[in-house]
Design a binder for this molecule. Structure first.
Ligand SMILES: [Zn+2]
Ligand SMILES: [Zn+2]
Length: 217
């Protein structure tokens, strides 16, 4: 809260998204809500996979890691192609703005960096149905990893916006995302890691920060 006052004026406050006060309220959420929901569901899925479906612990660990890894790809693709959907129609403009324009225009609005509980539950249910039909019982470990990846992404994104740059190796993530928000919105889409930016060649162009340190790669 206090830190908001110190920031640049254009990042103050928060735009209203819905006329309906209930819907509007739902767009402001504490960061812990989706984290608790995703971690709880993941725990239940793992428990169920091992004790009801008879998976070995090692199998669950491997499925979990596969789901986690797959999430990082989905995170990249969603951010690059859905959040940054070209606003060619009014409808698309609205989608892009609601999903991503708000965080871009008001990156310091902490309550909007989290996800409403109803939406978290809805996403988890839809993912369960999709992955269940594709993977059968493998869904239990896989979706658990995917949801933990999602929770990790949400907490990393929140931390990058809410806290100061840390003085350790994590600062790479702070700089990476700051470049995306403030300098090159067509680069640096990865939030939880720059891995897919390397693979799909969307790493930031040469910036003063990089030049200072010499070439990073
Ligand atoms: Zn973006
Ligand atoms: Zn951001």
């Amino acid at each position: 809260m206090e830190s908001q006052k110190l920031k640049r004026p254009q990042h103050k406050g928060s735009p209203r998204l819905f006329k309906n006060p209930v819907l509007e309220r739902l767009t402001h959420t504490h960061i812990s809500a989706p984290l608790i929901i995703f971690f709880s569901i993941a725990a239940v899925l793992i428990y169920y996979g091992i004790f009801e479906k008879g998976f070995a612990v090692l199998e669950m660990v491997l499925l979990f890691l596969a789901g986690l890894f797959f999430f990082t790809l989905v995170e990249y693709l969603m951010h690059r192609y859905l959040y940054h959907i070209p606003a060619t129609t009014e409808r698309r403009k609205k989608i892009s703005y609601t999903m991503h324009g708000v965080p871009h225009d008001y990156p310091k609005d902490k309550s909007r960096l989290a996800m409403p509980p109803v939406l978290s539950l809805f996403i988890a249910s839809v993912l369960f149905i999709i992955y269940r039909s594709l993977l059968g019982d493998l869904v239990f470990g896989f979706l658990a990893g995917f949801l933990v990846g999602y929770a990790a992404y949400l907490s990393i994104h929140y931390s990058v916006h809410a806290f100061k740059v840390p003085n350790n190796s994590l600062k790479i993530l702070w700089h990476h995302h700051a470049i995306h928000h403030y300098r090159e919105s067509d680069r640096a889409f990865g939030v939880s890691s720059p891995l897919w930016d390397h693979i799909f060649e969307t790493m930031p162009r040469k910036t003063p920060v990089e030049r200072q340190k010499g070439s990073l790669n």
